[in-house]
Design a protein around this ligand. Structure first.
Ligand code: SAM
Length: 290
């Protein structure tokens, strides 16, 4: 008996319209859909009126479920693998299923579509000719810093996935190890609150609130050689959150004992503002304090 096919179907990373006609057809035709997050996939399937048996395949059950799915494939059934979002096999256990299928000579067919890393890269404004995808950094501080240290000399544009509760820590580590390079923080791509934030790592440390930050993030960081194609966005100085972050930065530098002129110079550079803008903000804040 010939084996069935394992289809790797890309699904939307936010906007449900980002799905190909071919993915929809295959999802309708297969015997089984194996999904990383069955709740999320069920929503997608019901949106497109697809009624095919669904099973879970995620990082907590991939060994057992992998064997079960392989068995079905070897019996001639066809299975569509879908991840939580995007392309299965990129920073998710899809890769394990592919290894298993390849080992047993089961045909594997990619059905491409959305992917968060590439969507962030192409919109970043950083060099996209050569890049390096790193996925998630280790969650343990020492291991994360070591990984960033290994990447310090990497000349290609770097792409990372990051969880919202770890964003601030990661940005702080990047500031130490990558210094103040250009960074693009792509948040909630293709969703209602999509934000493609461009600035330097120091500005990002100041901009993203360690507690209130929510959503899904992809970070695109300049390689070790400075790209000249990238234009920094000036921050919106009338935004109270930005104003607060600038003043925090001013206070920190003042506390280090830097002269007022030097504080203004450094903060202006960090936030891509004129020295006059920073000076006016500081004077206004001091007046308001009195
Ligand atoms: N396989 C997926 C792909 O092809 O994009 C990635 C899976 S990985 C487990 C999920 C991570 O991708 C999230 O934690 C986040 O870092 C990133 N991500 C997913 N959707 C995103 C979005 N809409 N905007 C920004 N980043 C996103």
């Amino acid at each position: 008996m010939s084996a069935g096919t394992l289809y790797l179907c890309a699904t939307p990373i936010g906007n449900l319209e980002d799905i190909t006609i071919r993915v929809l057809r295959i999802l309708k035709e297969v015997d089984l859909i194996a999904a990383e997050d069955t709740r999320r996939t069920r929503k997608l399937l019901s949106h497109y009126d697809i009624h095919v048996p669904l099973t879970s395949f995620h990082r907590h059950n991939y060994r057992k479920k992998g064997a079960y799915i392989l068995n079905l494939l070897l019996k001639g059934q066809s299975v569509a693998l879908v991840s939580d979002a995007g392309l299965p096999g990129i920073a998710d256990p899809g890769e394990e299923m592919v290894l298993l299928a390849v080992a047993y000579e089961v045909p594997v067919v990619p059905v491409p579509g959305p992917n968060a890393a590439l969507a962030a890269l192409v919109a970043s404004g950083l060099p996209a000719k050569h890049f390096c995808f790193e996925g998630f950094l280790p969650s343990r501080v020492k291991a994360r810093q070591e990984k960033l240290r290994q990447l310090q000399a990497e000349r290609r544009t770097l792409i990372f996935y990051e969880a919202p509760h770890r964003l601030s820590e990661t940005l702080a580590d990047m500031l130490v190890l990558f210094k103040d390079r250009k960074i693009v923080v792509a948040r909630e791509l293709t969703k209602l609150h999509e934000e493609i934030w461009r600035g330097t790592i120091a500005q990002a440390v100041a901009y993203f609130d360690p507690i209130k930050t929510r959503g899904e993030f992809t970070l695109v960081v300049a390689g070790s050689t400075e790209p000249d194609s990238f234009v920094l966005c000036p921050v919106n100085i009338s935004d109270p959150a930005v104003e607060k972050n600038i003043l925090v930065q001013v206070k920190q530098l003042e506390n280090k004992g830097l002269a007022k002129k030097e504080v203004v110079r450094q903060v202006a550079r960090q936030f891509n503002l004129s020295r006059r803008e920073v000076y006016t903000l500081v004077v206004q804040a001091k007046k308001a304090e009195r």
